[in-house]
Design a protein. Structure first.
Length: 167
């Protein structure tokens, strides 16, 4: 096993040169450069007589950052309705938003940067992917777009990917 990775069985010919070098007390070629530069330390343990137990799973425990979610209120906006046409003024700045609908379809929505999250919700409702109430999620990790009055620009949705989820 190297770097808590997979077990390197002696029976596998791909491991032969590495394990033979270890048996002779020599540095395996694939580790030589790393050891010389101080990138790795070597501790060899002969565990051939033990049963292999895979190392425990370690989930990522670091901090994450949301991309493009903007500042949202702590409440979740749930939208239900038939949706309506939202006029776009082509003479003003626009944003294209990729929307993954509940039914699996992907649609592109073009809105002005001054339109609101509520306008986006109305456009998504017009696709009729569900008859149930839904929320829109954006960012990474995905979070609900919770401020219906926020503009597309303020919500950081220009060029964003949004997912529709039934509430």
């Amino acid at each position: 096993m190297l770097d808590e990775g997979e077990l390197r069985p002696y029976e596998d010919p791909a491991n032969r040169a590495f394990l033979d070098a270890i048996d002779r007390g020599e540095m395996p070629a694939e580790l030589g450069a790393k050891v010389r530069t101080g990138e790795v330390g070597v501790d060899v343990q002969n565990r051939r007589t033990e049963d292999y137990v895979a190392p425990p799973y370690r989930a990522f425990s670091g901090a994450g950052s949301s991309v493009g979610a903007g500042s949202a209120a702590p409440t979740t906006a749930v939208f239900a309705g038939s949706g309506s046409a939202v006029p776009v003024d082509e003479s003003k700045p626009t944003a294209t938003i990729q929307v993954k609908l509940v039914d699996g379809r992907r649609e592109r929505v073009v809105l002005n940067l001054s339109h609101t999250v509520a306008d986006l919700q109305a456009r998504v409702a017009a696709f009729k992917a569900t008859t149930k109430s839904f929320v829109l999620l954006a960012g990474f990790p995905p979070k609900p777009l919770a401020a219906p009055s926020a503009t597309i620009e303020a919500a950081g949705l220009k060029g964003a990917a949004v997912t529709q989820k039934e509430a």
